[in-house]
Design a protein around this ligand. Structure first.
Ligand code: ADQ
Length: 747
């Protein structure tokens, strides 16, 4: 549009200038013509009245004078006639211009003295008047009086204004015609062919049509089309070859890796790229508070930890809320960018939310409502009608953003978590051909608990727009099946683990999420050990037994209970004072919510109290590092730790437990793991605890510290094997395999 304006604007300016000049000339000519007409008319009338006026004055015939001036009263427009004697005294005047007598008329003097006609424009009240004054002489050529004819000239200006109006209307019509013609030409020679070429490219490279490109032009556009044709052909061939090779490689049974997942995606999804949706974006751009420069970071989030390697492996598009304060600077016109920012492997599309939307949908409904509802941690869920309205609005916003990205046929959409329960139905209604999966990263409670939510009907109905819903463990699947069975009209198939609602089936399955056990090892052992030793020196941990916690600050993670257990541990086993140090890495999270804000204060206070209680000049029991760490920064802490504590009061899976195990390639160290995490179902060799039991927790710390090296190694080896075999690539691979199988079944 901007380019058309650049082209159109000079033409329109030239046309407007020409028309204005033409208009000015036209008006001037017309004005002169009208004034000339008036002059002639006045002259002729004056000459015809001159003789009779001569007699009237000579005979002092007042009646005849009256008749004469009255005859003007009947004439069109405002006209009149005035008879004067030779001294300028009014003898008779037409009634409708009676007030004209009062006007000071210096020019009458001139008429008498010079014996000449005086004609010109005069002001009378608000009117413009044309006056024509002629001397009346007797037979001896002596001036005996004056006849003045008066004409209202306002009709002249009315005529001129009409002329201007006509010129303007003609100009507007011409401008409009020029715009329409230019737009039509532009559409015909550019928009239509380019649109056709784009559609053709889209279908041809995917192998959906075999026609030649549709551009008939032999000029520059034709050349461009021919280049596009070559690219489309190469792409089509490459896709086919890659998918074939991938299929062949998949047959080999080997450990799940990035490459194997990529092969699976290519072989199973083929041309259909993967679309992932989550609230949290995998990479955010933020302004550095000190330098003011924009930099990118990876948020502390289990969902991001799990899905980023999957998307890196198989490409696709990830749609998420753009929440970084410098995010807008780094997207293209479609709000997209290639990520990771230093090695573009897939596309991130950012969706913008207003503060009000974020407040209601994210902080309010999702995190003050659904999050505590699904975690049994005795924090009361809050449901506000205005939050629910925002939640619906934002789900629709995401649906619109995704729908405009989906390809023409059979797309795969993989939705993450409790932020988007309404999204599956919204997408399915517009695109019934889309295969949709939702993965629920947090626990699912029993029907009684879930029915507390005033909107449970809408939420369940929205979720059942999916073809597949995944949870971490079977227990959460069972809870969900029971919830649907009890709370909404549906049929639960306990053999297939599926729910049928309004003739549509949704399969419910467990897919235990995991970590990337392949790429996390990319950094050389040597540099990792160096980093770990540097931390040991900086934090004065030499000769100390090191415990570690890595968390987002959240009430579900059991941080308060952990500090209480550490306190109890030193109380019960004082021999460890000065010998054991617990390092806690903690990323502030959802700090706008009061419960989270208060929790931060509570933890600060409790740690300070515990440190004050036990520390001496050379030692303090807890080192609290409250900030966000990058995955590369966290890894050396895992290396360094003798034991790691995961004390969640309730957790869907918990990736920290798996990250710790995955990092321990020297088989050293032990894991204390809450029984209420999904991970506890897989990592049976961890020291499992009930974090609510402070005694049991403190004893577990002692057990972890005193566990013989061989026992540590035996347990760690088993846990490592489990995590390695069931890494995040297997998790994603299983979901994709299940989805494609469902799609085939439907077909
Ligand atoms: P979370 O509760 O966010 O997510 P969790 O499994 O505890 O997930 O993983 C947290 C991630 O954040 C880990 O990768 C960890 O390394 C990282 N992290 C922790 N502290 C950090 C810090 N201070 N700085 C930077 N990064 C930090 C949800 C569910 C979980 C489920 C995951 C994945 O609540 O139960 O395991 O999703 O499905």
């Amino acid at each position: 549009m901007k380019r058309i304006l650049i082209f159109l604007l000079p033409i329109l300016i030239i046309v407007a200038v020409v028309f204005t000049v033409f208009g000015i000339i036209q008006v001037k000519i017309e004005q002169e013509k009208l004034m000339d007409e008036l002059y002639r008319k006045a002259k002729s009338v004056a000459e015809t009245t001159e003789v009779s006026v001569q007699h009237i004055i000579k005979d002092n015939d007042k009646k005849a004078a009256r008749r004469l001036v009255d005859s003007f009263q009947k004439r069109e427009r405002l006209q009149g006639c005035v008879l004067y004697d030779q001294h300028g005294k009014v003898l008779a005047i037409t009634e409708r211009i009676a007030e004209w007598q009062a006007k000071d008329k210096a020019y009458l003097q001139q008429v008498v003295e010079n014996r000449q006609v005086e004609a010109g424009m005069q002001k009378f009240k608000d009117l413009s008047i044309y006056s024509y004054a002629i001397p009346v002489m007797d037979d001896s050529e002596k001036v005996i009086g004056v006849v003045e004819l008066i004409y209202d000239t306002s009709y002249v200006y009315t005529r001129l204004a009409e002329l201007w109006r006509n010129i303007s209307v003609t100009l507007s019509i011409i401008v409009l015609l020029i715009i329409i013609i230019v737009l039509l030409i532009q559409r015909q020679i550019f928009v239509v062919p380019v649109k056709k070429l784009t559609e053709w490219f889209h279908l041809y490279q995917k192998g959906e049509i075999d026609d030649k490109h549709p551009i008939k032009d032999s000029g520059e556009l034709g050349k461009l089309a021919s280049e596009v044709e070559q690219v489309a052909l190469s792409l089509r061939v490459a896709r086919k070859t890659i998918a074939g090779e991938a299929q062949a490689r998949l047959k080999v049974d080997e450990q799940w890796t990035e490459t194997k997942l990529r092969d699976l995606v290519l072989a199973k999804l083929g041309e259909n790229a993967l679309f992932v949706v989550s609230n949290r974006e995998p990479y955010m751009h933020v302004l550095d508070e000190i330098t003011g420069q924009a930099k990118w970071t990876r948020p502390a989030s289990g969902v991001v930890t799990a899905l980023d390697p999957v998307l890196r492996a198989c490409g696709g598009t990830w749609v998420a809320h753009g929440s970084g304060n410098a995010d807008k600077k780094f997207v293209n016109s479609k709000n997209k960018l290639g990520v990771p920012p230093d090695d573009n492997r897939y596309i991130l599309k950012r969706v913008w939310l207003t503060k009000l939307e974020e407040e209601g949908y994210y902080y309010g409904f999702a995190n003050e409502g659904l999050w505590p509802l699904c975690h049994v941690t005795h924090t009361r869920p809050v449901f506000r009608e205005e939050d629910w309205e925002m939640y619906q609005k934002v789900n629709q916003k995401f649906a619109d953003s995704i729908l405009e990205e989906l390809p023409a046929k059979n797309p795969f959409v993989f939705i993450q978590d409790y932020h988007f329960t309404l999204l599956p139905r919204m997408i399915k209604e517009s695109r019934p051909d889309a295969t949709i999966a939702l993965f629920w990263h947090i626990p699912w409670p029993n029907p009684e608990v879930f029915s507390i939510c005033p909107y449970y009907q809408e939420i369940l109905d929205g979720m059942l727009g999916c073809d597949l819903i995944g949870f971490h463990v079977q227990f959460h699947c069972n809870n969900f099946l029971e919830t649907a069975n009890r709370l909404i009209e549906s049929r639960v198939d306990t053999e297939k683990f599926s729910i049928v609602r309004a003739g549509r089936e949704t399969v419910i399955k467990p897919f235990p999420i995991s970590v990337d056990t392949v790429n996390s090892k990319k950094e050389g052992q040597e540099s990792l050990n160096q980093k770990a030793e540097k931390i040991r020196i900086e934090l004065e941990l030499t000769d100390k037994i090191i415990g570690l916690g890595v968390e987002r600050i959240d009430y579900t993670k059991g941080l308060i209970e952990r500090v209480q257990a550490i306190d109890r541990f030193f109380e019960k086993y004082p021999q460890y004072k000065g010998k054991v140090v617990f390092v806690q890495l903690a990323a502030p999270s959802r700090t706008h919510i009061k419960r989270y804000h208060d929790l931060m204060g509570e933890i600060d206070e409790l740690i300070e109290k515990t440190n004050w209680k036990y520390s001496d000049t050379n030692w303090q029991p807890i080192i609290y590092l409250k900030r966000h760490f990058s995955p590369e920064e966290i890894l050396p802490y895992y290396k360094l730790a003798d034991f790691c504590v995961v004390s969640s009061l309730h957790d869907g899976m918990n990736l920290v437990a798996k990250e710790f195990v995955s990092a321990k390639d020297d088989l050293r160290g032990s894991l204390i793991l809450s029984r209420f995490t999904g991970a506890a179902k897989e990592l049976e060799q961890a020291i499992q605890i009930n974090p609510y039991s402070i005694e049991e927790f403190a004893a577990a710390i002692k057990q972890a510290i005193e566990m013989p090296r061989e026992e540590q190694a035996r347990r760690m080896a088993i846990m490592r094997k489990i995590v390695q075999e069931n890494n995040v690539y297997k998790w994603a691979g299983s979901i994709i395999t299940e989805l494609t199988a469902l799609k085939k079944e439907k077909a």
